[in-house]
Design a protein around this ligand. Structure first.
Ligand code: NI
Length: 188
């Protein structure tokens, strides 16, 4: 178990389509342990394997409940392997996002409001959930990493993309995700 360096936007590996997991073995468990250590060390709400340099289809995420941010629903710690997303309905909503691979930045990103996701946990047991809102946003953000997509590619209007320190006060509602869960943001 170790905190691993996080690749930053521009690294070719972040643009690759990641390969499916074939074996639920000790090597996979070690990868997930490193992802977990890295996510927690950086106070992220999620991380994808390619962000620590391993191009396989594994994401993890968690949002703890925090009484200071009652509008942010907690998300249980989830290891999601070989995920499959299916939007439910066409409704999208815009929300502020950040990313451990794009440190210090925030952008306004449209995501499907509601979706069903399926995949496998670390032991290979199936996961099948229907979620909405921030949970749905986090999953879409993380799974994008597996297809070589970083959130800035999804920002519709680049006027809504910039440095977090400069955007403070403009990000409403304040449900940003990305690095460092500051008093003003919640992040994967
Ligand atoms: Ni990210």
């Amino acid at each position: 178990m170790a905190v691993r360096p996080v690749l930053k936007m521009g690294e070719p590996l972040l643009r690759q389509v990641a390969a499916p997991v074939q074996r639920f073995d000790a090597q996979l468990a070690a990868l997930v342990a490193d992802m977990n250590d890295t996510m927690r060390a950086l106070s992220g709400a999620g991380i994808a394997a390619p962000q620590i340099g391993v191009s396989v289809r594994v994401v993890i995420f968690e949002v703890a409940s925090n009484p200071r941010y009652p509008d942010v629903s907690p998300i249980p710690y989830t290891v999601l392997i070989n995920p499959d997303l299916a939007p439910l309905g066409e409704e999208q909503e815009e929300g502020w996002e950040g990313c451990l691979s794009v440190p210090g930045m925030r952008g306004l990103v449209p995501r499907f409001r509601k979706l069903r996701y399926r995949g496998f946990d670390i032991e290979g047991a199936p996961i099948d959930r229907t979620v909405e809102g921030f949970h749905a946003r986090v999953v879409q953000h993380e799974v994008d990493h597996l297809d070589g997509i970083l959130y800035p590619q999804r920002v519709r209007d680049l006027r809504n993309f910039g440095f977090e320190e400069a955007l403070i006060g403009q990000m409403r509602p304040m449900r940003a995700m990305g690095a460092a869960q500051s008093p003003t943001s919640v992040s994967p």
